[in-house]
Design a protein around this ligand. Structure first.
Ligand SMILES: Cc1ncc(COP(=O)(O)O)c(C=O)c1O
Length: 382
C-alpha cells in the first residue's frame, strides 16, 4: 500500500508582521500563467517590462536597475561584494538588527568597518556619520538602513544623501522595508546602491531583491581589482536582463518574475505618491490607536516609520504569548523583537496590500481582545 502523502493546505493569515505581507489575488494569479523558458524571446520582453517598472519605482532613470534572484539579505551582500574590496573602509550606521548585519557582511568582504551606533529606537544622527567620514576621508562606502524593520525607525536618508553628493564615498541604502511604501527617489537623492525585497511594500511573494545602481557605482565596479561572486555579478546579469539578445547567466525564477511584474503594475497604476500616502495614513492610524491604549512605541516619534511600528511589550505581559494568541485566535501574524539584544516588543507591519485603515483597525481590535483577557496590566511602562 502507498503511504498517504500530505496535501498542501496552509491556513489563511493576515500578515501584519515585519514581512512578508499578503499579496493581491491577481499577483497569485500571475504565477499561474503559462511558463516560458528563461531564454524565450517573449520572456525577454517581460524582463524588460519589469526593469522599466522597477526604474519608475526606484525613480532611477539611468544606471542599472534589475531584480536579483535572491532574498533582501543577498541583495545587501551583492552590493557590499561589488562596492568593497579587501582593505577598504566602510562607514556603517548601526542602530538595529539590519545595520548590524550590513556591518557583519562588510567585515566578511574584508573591509575595515567603522560602525556609527545609536540605541534601539533611535536614528543614527547624520552629523555623526559625516564626522566619521571626515575622520576617514578615504572611506569608499557609507551604508545605512533607510527603514530599520527591527525598530520602526526611518533614517533621514535624503538629507544624508545630499551631504554625500559633495564627497567621494558611495552611498548604499537598505530600502527593504521602504521601497513602494515610503518615498525613495534614488536618482534625485543620489543613492549609489539601493536594494529591496519583493515581499513587503511591493506586495509580491518573497524571492527577489530589486536593486538600483548609480552610474558612479558602476564606474567603481568596472574599476575593481578583485572579482565579484559569479552568481550576483551585476554586469553579467545586465547582459541577461537588459542586453538583447540575452546572454544566459542562470535560469530565472520565471513565476516570481511574473508575480513581481503584476505587483509593480498594480503599484504604478495606483501611483507612487498615492501609495506612500496610503502607507502613511494607515501607519499613523495604527500608531494613534496604540498610544491611545497606553502602549508605548519604540521609535523616536520624529523618525517613526509608517509601514512598521514597533511597540514595547508592557511590563508583566508575556509578549510571545500574546503574539501566539493573535495568530491562533485571530489569524493575525505580528512580529516580536529580532535578535537577542532586542528589547521586548511587537512589530506590526502595514505593508503593500495591508496598508489600510481597515487592516489597522483589525489589528487594534485583536490586540484589545487578547490584552483584555491577559491577567497582567495592559499599560506600558519604561
Ligand atoms: C531592513 C531589512 N533589511 C534586510 C532584510 C533581509 O531581507 P530577507 O529576509 O529577504 O533576506 C530585512 C528583512 O526583513 C529587512 O527588514
Amino acid at each position: 500500500m502507498r503511504d498517504e502523502l500530505p496535501t498542501l493546505d496552509p491556513p489563511e493569515r493576515l500578515l501584519c508582521g515585519p514581512g512578508p505581507s499578503n499579496v493581491e489575488p491577481s499577483v497569485l494569479e500571475a504565477m499561474r500563467k503559462p511558463m516560458l523558458g528563461h531564454l524565450d524571446p517573449d520572456l525577454s520582453d517581460i524582463l524588460l517590462e519589469v526593469v522599466d517598472m522597477l526604474r519608475r519605482t526606484w525613480r532611477m532613470p539611468d544606471g542599472l536597475v534589475l531584480p536579483l534572484h535572491c532574498t533582501g539579505t543577498a541583495g545587501m551582500e551583492a552590493g557590499l561584494a561589488h562596492l568593497l574590496e579587501p582593505g577598504d573602509t566602510a562607514i556603517v550606521a548601526r542602530s538595529g538588527y539590519f545595520g548590524r548585519r550590513i556591518a557583519e557582511i562588510a567585515h566578511r568582504c574584508g573591509a575595515e568597518v567603522i560602525a556609527v551606533t545609536a540605541d534601539w529606537g533611535e536614528a543614527v544622527p547624520n552629523e555623526r556619520i559625516l564626522q566619521e567620514l571626515d575622520r576617514h576621508p578615504r572611506a569608499r562606502l557609507v551604508a545605512v538602513v533607510h527603514a530599520e524593520t527591527s525598530t520602526g525607525v526611518e533614517h533621514p536618508l535624503a538629507e544624508l544623501a545630499a551631504e554625500l553628493r559633495r564627497r567621494d564615498a558611495l552611498l548604499m541604502a537598505d530600502c527593504v522595508t521602504s521601497l513602494g511604501g515610503v518615498e525613495v527617489d534614488a536618482r534625485a537623492w543620489g543613492i549609489d546602491y539601493g536594494y529591496s525585497c519583493t515581499q513587503k511594500c511591493l506586495a509580491a511573494p518573497p524571492g527577489m531583491s530589486p536593486v538600483a545602481v548609480s552610474d558612479a557605482a558602476l564606474e567603481r565596479i568596472r574599476a575593481r581589482q578583485t572579482p565579484v561572486p559569479f552568481s550576483f555579478d551585476l554586469l553579467l546579469l545586465e547582459r541577461y536582463w537588459i542586453e538583447r539578445p540575452p546572454a544566459y547567466h542562470h535560469t530565472a525564477p520565471i513565476l516570481a518574475v511574473y508575480a513581481l511584474h503584476e505587483a509593480l503594475r498594480l503599484l504604478l497604476e495606483e501611483g507612487l505618491e498615492a501609495r506612500w500616502a496610503r502607507h502613511a495614513e494607515a501607519g499613523a492610524h495604527l500608531q494613534r490607536g496604540l498610544t491611545a491604549r497606553g502602549l508605548e512605541l519604540l521609535a523616536d516619534p520624529e523618525y517613526q516609520l509608517a509601514p512598521l511600528t514597533a511597540v514595547r511589550v508592557p511590563d508583566g505581559v508575556d509578549g510571545k504569548q500574546i503574539q501566539g494568541r493573535l495568530l491562533r485566535e485571530h489569524g493575525i501574524e505580528v512580529g516580536g523583537g529580532l535578535g537577542p539584544a532586542a528589547p521586548a516588543m511587537w512589530r506590526i507591519g502595514l505593508m503593500g496590500h495591508n496598508a489600510t485603515i481597515e487592516t489597522a483597525d483589525r489589528v487594534l481590535e485583536a490586540f484589545d481582545a487578547v490584552l483584555a483577557e491577559d491577567p497582567a496590566p495592559a499599560t506600558a511602562s519604561g
